[in-house]
Design a protein around this ligand. Structure first.
Ligand code: NOJ
Length: 557
């Protein structure tokens, strides 16, 4: 296929991503054009004008590939096709054409750590013999115990339970996620070559970039005997060794894979770009983001940091330093399809950490009591802070509507494998994946005419895009105004802190960007004086010359 033009004219710049705003679409929950209750590609195309109007630069689509949906599409059965329930390759091409017309770039999700168990290679592996070349594309091993009845190692799945499943002939295969997601063996040249083919397939169709799922997991120490983890079973970034010595995660050899990908990206003009989903220690993030590898890496420390000035300032400084080290820019993320929406996280009492947030989900959002008004106020302040930082902001669908987490989904409606694999101890991620409300009235609030694969809760219509459009006080108009202004305000990649240590202790974050752009976030319960200059935008109403509690303001000196 001849290489398609890629937003030429408006977006020919190879560095477009350095300070881009990327909007994440979870396709099954975005817009359903064919009325089967599941969002689809034509639904995305129909809403691209809304995204252009919102002011984002690019759209990243979570997986839309053929999948049995054992993990919401992150179990890919065919990397080079569209799931028939979501459309066709022609629909995809039309979407890219419409995006080009609107000056939007398209990014797609690549899931290289594991395929679906329905992938033709895994099906071949199941019917092939132990030791065959078909099995060598995945990680098959004999078990331990007298009859091989025990898993080969103590490695746990990230979704709960063991990371090994036994097949009828007695061997076991590795899956660091659900059993329906067998891990590839990246030591196998066929696997490497096939992913190059996939990257070219989508690049040829006009895709500008890729989000790389579980980027830190591909390379494993598969030398015999496989090593048990013993007590070090946690996969949390800070629990990983800082020297690349973990048998499964963040091994140095993974970087060789991405240097190969970079050679593929550089076959294109402009070169393709990628962002790594790498849950690693921040000090080990830079190589993933370097110019000879993927280009950028997600910085999840920002969403995991409490909304507290001192901690936020440290997180920002660290992220900027690591991005500089990589020659990249940092990313900033407050919400995505894997975490509780930030309007709800910030609604919980201060001091409730990640496990507290999960405990809150398990009570259906009842305990501890959430203050949704305060949560939204804080979310708006955090958003204006995020959108003023140098680097790329990744906005998750629905956060521009101020959507809260749907914490009270009934357990019989849950689809996330985490729910079942944890034996009902962890509710999972469905609460941030409920289909979007586009209209107050109408079937499924404008999502589509045929139901909604996760039920929309009562009151969902009050968040609808058509309710908020034109209302200056709404979250949607705040995002629109901020993204419009940001396009004019961003000049360089520098940030200068303006406040003193005492200010930070009082809960203030004050910095300037090139061209006289001032940003003051008041992350405290008390009003403070506004900075000098003209007010450009504020996350909440100002009272004369005071910046109220939990409000961020942008001014121009
Ligand atoms: C990270 C993705 O964001 C998540 O949704 C998925 O479950 C895992 N990777 C496994 O692919």
């Amino acid at each position: 296929m001849p290489q398609r033009p890629l937003s030429v004219g408006t977006n020919a710049d190879a560095d477009w991503w350095r300070q881009a705003v990327v909007y994440q679409i979870y396709p099954r929950s975005f817009a359903d054009a064919d009325g089967d209750g599941i969002g689809d590609i034509r639904g995305v195309t129909s809403r691209l004008p809304y995204l252009a109007d919102l002011g984002v630069d690019a759209v990243w689509l979570s997986p839309f590939y053929p999948s049995e949906l054992a993990d919401g599409g992150y179990d890919v059965a065919d990397y080079r096709d569209v799931d028939p329930r979501l459309g066709t390759l022609d629909d995809f091409d039309e979407m890219v054409t419409e995006a080009d017309r609107l000056g939007l770039r398209i990014m797609v999700d690549i899931v290289p750590n594991h395929s679906s168990d329905q992938h033709v290679w895994f099906q071949e592996a199941l019917s092939a013999a132990p030791g065959s070349s078909a099995r060598a594309r995945y990680v098959f091993r004999d078990g331990r115990g007298r009859h091989g009845e025990l898993p080969p190692t103590d490695w746990p799945s990230s979704f709960g339970g063991p990371a090994w499943t036994r097949v009828p002939d007695g061997q076991w295969y590795l899956h660091l996620y659900a059993p329906e997601q067998p891990d590839f063996n990246w030591d196998n040249p066929e696997v490497r070559e096939d992913f190059h083919t996939t990257l070219r397939f989508w690049s040829d169709r006009g895709v500008a970039g890729f989000r790389v799922d579980v980027a830190h997991g591909l390379s494993k120490d598969l030398a015999e005997p496989l090593r048990d983890l013993g007590h070090a079973l946690s996969y949390q970034p800070d629990a990983l060794p800082d020297d690349g010595s973990h048998p499964l995660w963040d091994r140095d050899a993974v970087h060789d894979i991405y240097r190969g990908w970079r050679r593929v990206f550089d076959e294109y003009q402009p070169p393709r770009f990628a962002v790594a989903e790498a849950w690693v220690r921040s000090s080990r993030r830079a190589p993933y983001a370097s110019a000879d590898e993927l280009g950028q890496a997600f910085n999840f420390d920002f969403l995991n940091t409490p909304l507290c000035a001192g901690a936020m300032r440290d997180t920002i400084d660290t992220a900027l330093a690591h991005a500089r080290e990589a020659g990249a820019t940092s990313t900033w993320v407050l919400s995505n399809h894997d975490v509780v929406r930030h309007a709800s996280r910030y609604a919980l009492p201060a001091g409730v950490g990640k496990s507290g947030v999960e405990a809150w989900l398990m009570t259906g959002g009842r305990e501890p009591a959430a203050d949704l008004n305060l949560g939204l106020r804080k979310a708006r302040a955090a958003t204006l802070l995020m959108l003023a930082l140098p680097g790329s902001a990744y906005v998750y669908q629905g956060e521009e509507l101020g959507l809260p987490e749907v914490a009270d989904l009934r357990t019989e409606d849950l689809q996330d494998p985490i729910w079942v694999r944890s034996g009902g101890r962890v509710k999972g991620r469905d609460g941030c994946r409920v289909p979007l409300p586009w209209t107050r009235e109408g079937a499924n609030h404008g999502f589509g005419s045929g139901g909604s694969w996760l039920p929309q809760p009562a009151g969902w219509g009050s968040y609808a895009a058509d309710v908020q459009a034109g209302d200056k006080e709404s979250v949607l108009e705040l995002y629109r105004a901020a993204l419009r202004l940001r396009r004019d305000l961003v000049t360089d990649e520098a940030l200068e802190w303006a406040g003193t240590d005492a200010d930070t202790e009082r809960g203030l974050l004050h910095f300037t960007r090139g061209g006289g752009w001032h940003v003051l976030a008041n992350l405290s319960d008390a009003p403070v004086a506004l900075p000098e200059g003209t007010v450009l935008l504020s996350s909440g109403a100002l009272s004369q010359d005071r910046l109220p509690a939990w409000t961020t303001v942008w001014t121009h000196a």
